[in-house]
Design a protein around this ligand. Structure first.
Ligand code: ACM
Ligand code: ZN
Length: 626
């Protein structure tokens, strides 16, 4: 008894001193936050070169997970455990299946002095336990002599089964190496769906053997618009596509990380690149070149002709190859932003409407989507479409991806359809994530806090119909993979936590410190991310008396904000923001910077008084002359 107590004291002292002092102690304050994590001061687990990873059964998936775990530990700490039997007097991490865990992706992680046990309902559950351990590890530069992992009991399972991230590779191509890196980081955050937006007006990016021109012609454009709708072009030819072999490699990589890949072939709108390759699919006149900008709506023809039987033959053949390639039960057929004006003028589309007794072009789109669903069903697949597929009547078993707010999703869920919620205001990670004047060009705002406040299940909706949600990264203004990472993280972490831990468990004040810990992890892994949450939030408005005031704020609660009106650089010796500001006479600029602990942390923001007035005018317009 005494000995036990003594051992406990000695070990816990050892745990507190060398571990904490050297920074080589694990910490389960991670993203997403596990559902239940009890960390105690009992004797911790010591991970070192003698530690082995043991698989309790002859399950090959678990063996692969064990190898992944060994490499994750090595990447983060420099220590590589062996995979195999537990050595004498050595510690072990044991992976096993526990059929008593009810959620198929759930797991339990128990740490004591001798052993870390990760037991999952399935190999996927074990994988998520592994990700939790991976994220808890201290980031070590070089090689740790040992890592201390505190005694812990974690019981965890996801709130939603569909936890997605979308990537548009049409507007800007992303190589398969980069896609693999992306998938690895999705998996690190328990994201289990990768929605691959493979076709659009600006490029068709997947090889279809039956239609080689889709990639030979449709994957190339002569130049690209710079930024967002600037009207300026870079003059550089651009292209890229995935062969079917490339796709298979990505799929194998994703499957090993329990990420299901959902391909999107965006039709009947957003099809300009396909029309350039196969002009006969157009209603009247296919454009002669793949889209170089992002003004698509109603200008160049970009809609498949629904009057022609050839269109359905084309789609059948394309979807046959896509269905054979992608193992997932879902194929996304787009359906968004289809400009119906070409159909309105097209004699064949009009004849189809007459023959099928369709009242308007919305019903013609619905007719097209119904036929896509039949084609997919024949191939054993289910259809997902953007919420425009509701217009004109929803196909019987369609799953709706609601992006124009939540309304389409709510309506569809009530009508008995599965829904994936991706409303722009929370999930569009192509938007600004902070003060626009210091962000790359885009067109609207979705802050980290906006992503974190996402609730995919509004009241009044049958919760079981909402499969989950997804962050969407449209790439008109995302020219490089580094920038795709910048846009995705940390908002992707916020969405991952909402979707895994659940919106009822979110707590902003506890979340952002965990985001900061992840910044350190991302730095080590050389993953790009945005520090935009550190930039001041500038809200100009007019008082009732018509006076311009400026409210300054920040996302993390513990920043100090300093400003100047005298054209000098703000720092922690210039005025500190305490209450809304009024503009001194003759000032032309407001400059702002954030500090923490007397060190600058955010970017310097410089705004003209004219710009502040313009923003306040816009707000006045929106809120109705407050
Ligand atoms: C979309 O943003 N067009 C789905
Ligand atoms: Zn037509």
């Amino acid at each position: 008894m005494n000995l036990k107590l003594l051992t406990g004291v000695i070990v816990s002292t050892a745990f507190l001193l060398p571990g904490s002092a050297s920074g080589q102690t694990a910490d389960f304050n991670i993203v997403p936050q596990p559902l239940q994590a009890d960390v105690t001061n009992d004797a911790p687990f010591i991970l070192n070169g003698k530690t082995s990873i043991v698989v309790a059964t002859s399950n090959n998936d678990l063996k692969r997970n064990a190898t992944l775990l060994a490499s994750y530990i090595e990447q983060t700490t420099g220590v590589r455990p062996t995979v195999g039997k537990q050595g004498k007097d050595a510690t072990a991490i044991v992976l096993s299946i526990d059929k008593t865990i009810s959620n198929a992706e759930g797991y339990k992680l128990d740490v004591d002095a001798k052993r870390i046990s990760i037991a999952g309902a399935s190999a996927a559950g074990v994988f998520y336990g592994i990700q939790t351990l991976r994220k808890s590890l201290p980031v070590v530069s070089g090689k740790a002599s040992q890592v201390t992992i505190p005694c812990a009991h974690i019981v965890d399972a996801p709130r939603f089964s569909y936890r997605g991230t979308h990537l548009d590779v049409s507007r800007h191509f992303v190589s398969t190496d980069e896609i693999r890196q992306f998938i690895d980081i999705l998996a690190l955050h328990n994201i289990n769906r990768f929605h691959w937006h493979l076709t659009d007006d600006q490029g068709w990016r997947i090889e279809i053997k039956k239609y080689p021109l889709l990639t030979e012609v449709g994957s190339k454009r002569t130049q690209t618009v710079i930024g967002h709708n600037t009207g300026k072009y870079d003059g550089k030819p651009y292209g890229g596509f995935y062969t079917q072999e490339d796709v298979k490699e990505v799929l194998a990589y994703a499957a090993e990380r329990y990420v299901r890949v959902i391909p999107e072939i965006d039709v009947p709108g957003h099809s300009l690149a396909a029309l350039v390759a196969y002009p006969d699919l157009a209603c009247m006149k296919a454009p002669s070149a793949v889209g170089v900008g992002n003004k698509f709506y109603g200008e160049d023809e970009n809609t498949l002709c629904v009057g022609k039987d050839a269109t359905f033959e084309f789609m059948d053949k394309v979807l046959t190859e896509v269905a054979a390639l992608f193992p997932d039960e879902y194929i996304h057929i787009g359906g968004d932003e289809c400009f119906k004006g070409f159909w309105h003028k097209c004699p064949r589309c009009q004849a189809r409407m007459k023959a099928e007794n369709l009242k308007n072009e919305n019903e013609l789109q619905s007719y097209f989507i119904h036929r896509m669903e039949s084609i997919l069903k024949e191939k054993g697949k289910k259809l997902i479409g953007w919420d425009e597929i509701i217009d004109g009547g929803l196909a019987p078993d369609a799953t709706v991806m609601s992006w124009r707010g939540m309304e389409g999703g709510i309506k569809s869920a009530k009508a008995g359809h599965h829904v994936i919620m991706t409303p722009t205001e929370h999930c569009y990670i192509d938007l600004w994530q902070g003060e626009p004047s210091v962000e790359p060009d885009t067109y609207s705002m979705c802050r980290l806090k906006d992503s974190y406040s996402f609730n995919p299940v509004p009241d009044s909706v049958p919760a079981e119909m909402i499969l989950g949600g997804q962050g969407n990264l449209w790439a008109e203004s995302v020219p490089t993979f580094r920038h795709a990472e910048y846009m995705t993280w940390p908002r992707g972490w916020a969405l991952a936590e909402v979707l895994w831990t659940g919106p009822s468990k979110t707590d902003w004040d506890r979340f952002w410190p965990r985001v900061e810990r992840h910044f350190v992890r991302a730095d080590q892994a050389q993953i790009n991310y945005a520090r935009s949450m550190y930039n001041a939030i500038v809200t100009p408005y007019y008082t009732k008396d018509g006076v311009l005031e400026i409210k300054l704020d920040s996302e993390p609660g513990n920043l100090d904000i300093y400003y100047t009106f005298d054209n000098t650089d703000p720092d922690n010796f210039t005025p500190k923001y305490e209450a809304p500001l009024r503009i001194p006479k003759n000032a032309t600029w407001l400059r702002i910077v954030t500090y923490r602990d007397n060190k600058p942390i955010g970017k310097v923001i410089t705004l003209t008084i004219k710009e502040l007035e313009k923003r306040a005018d816009n707000t006045r317009h929106v809120v109705g002359n407050l």
